[in-house]
Design a protein around this ligand. Structure first.
Ligand code: GLU
Length: 372
């Protein structure tokens, strides 16, 4: 896929605290945020789906609580985040509303992206928000995430989100132009690396050398983000965010580092489903469903004749024809109990049988890969 922002369908944009918050005065950079709002509205008007992952809660809240500029204890930063997140969400809401866009606040913890059921819930909610035209604004749920289970930096959170929603591109807006051959601060000869096609030991080494800061948001965490997204078939770009209209500048050929992958999000997801998951159950399907699957359709409850195994919603299951031959694997949209009750029935009967309105498909075609 080409490294062209205009060609991407689903884009995650990560915004660091240093861009949004004037660190000296600890107030919001309103002019910058308005310019970003213009950029986001332009992408959306072009038909692109946009998700923002924004930091800034702690930076905004610490001033209000009189916590000063020094290093905070964990509970102090959590308290600051609780205060600052309100202002942060409000700032996005008003800037986006002026451009006719509804902002949706989503706060995630590490376990929301690591545990399959929570992961699926978060994925489905974010997909629904995009379908309904809202712009999700995501941050870590700092107030409940304790140190051992924290992301701590939004580079990795943004990368997990990009993988989770099968984004085509992750944009990390940073205070540097991209990855350099050395520290751009200490070494004036350090050159920008415009394109990275593989994360080699040399690239890892220069990221360590070029780091100008410790802790969250450094080049090492950005490379970690690249490892996560490239494996999920998502391209990544690091670009300077501190200019006004940073996304327009990126499109106009501004300095940046693109991290390329030849995979696509759907292909990466399908190989993950086919290869790395231990199936927890088995759905046996009739001849009509076999034909439908081979034509690339989803699996509907009506085509399933038997359910075996003890599985939860979102688990991987095998899909076999009546004779027992494996045909496909997929992530099932119902647990084994509910699946057993709806098989053989039309999708419109699901609500009456289960008492809630689940998905029409027992395995959606995006969650299904033919193996036989
Ligand atoms: N979640 C933190 C905040 O909103 C920021 C984490 C980071 O620095 O990336 O303040």
């Amino acid at each position: 896929m080409s490294a062209d922002l205009a060609a991407m369908k689903r884009i995650v944009v990560k915004i660091g605290s240093a861009l949004l918050v004037d660190t000296r005065r600890q107030t919001l950079n309103r002019t910058w945020l308005h310019a970003l709002g213009d950029d986001l509205a332009r992408l959306r008007a072009r038909g692109q789906e946009v998700i923002v992952v924004s930091s800034g809660a702690i930076a905004l809240g610490r001033n209000v609580l009189g916590l000063g500029g020094g290093v905070l204890q964990l509970e102090e930063s959590q308290a600051a985040a609780a205060v600052g997140q309100v202002s942060l969400a409000h700032a996005y809401q008003s800037v986006l509303a002026e451009r006719g866009i509804s902002a949706a606040q989503v706060l995630l913890t590490l376990s929301d992206t690591e545990q399959r059921r929570r992961y699926l819930n978060a994925r489905n909610t974010i997909s629904a928000l995009l379908r309904l035209g809202a712009l999700p604004v995501i941050n870590e749920n700092d107030t409940v995430a304790t140190s051992e289970i924290r992301y701590g930096d939004n580079d990795r959170l943004a990368a997990r989100v990009a993988g989770m929603v099968s984004a085509d591109c992750l944009v990390l807006l940073s205070d540097v132009d991209g990855l350099h051959t050395g520290s751009p601060v200490r070494n004036p000869d350090a050159e920008l690396i415009a394109d990275v096609h593989a994360i080699t030991p040399e690239i890892t080494a220069v990221a360590g050398d070029s780091d100008t800061r410790v802790g969250s948001g450094g080049m090492v965490s950005k490379l970690e983000a690249a490892r996560i997204v490239l494996g999920a078939g998502c391209q990544m770009v690091i670009a300077k965010g501190s200019v006004l209209h940073p996304l327009s500048r990126l499109e106009e050929g501004g300095l940046r580092t693109w991290f390329h992958t030849s995979a696509s999000p759907l292909a990466a997801r399908k190989s993950w489903i086919a290869g790395s998951l231990e199936p927890a159950g088995l759905l046996t399907i009739d001849a009509g469903a076999v034909r439908a699957l081979k034509r690339g359709k989803s699996l509907l409850p009506a085509g399933v004749s038997a359910v075996t195994g003890d599985f939860a919603r979102g688990d991987a299951v095998r899909v076999c024809a009546a004779g027992g031959a494996e045909l496909a694997r997929g992530l099932v949209a119902y647990d084994c109990h509910d699946a057993a009750r709806i098989i053989g029935h039309k999708s419109r009967e699901i609500e009456a049988i289960l008492g809630y309105r689940g998905r029409d498909e027992i395995i959606h075609r995006d969650d299904l890969v033919l193996t036989g």
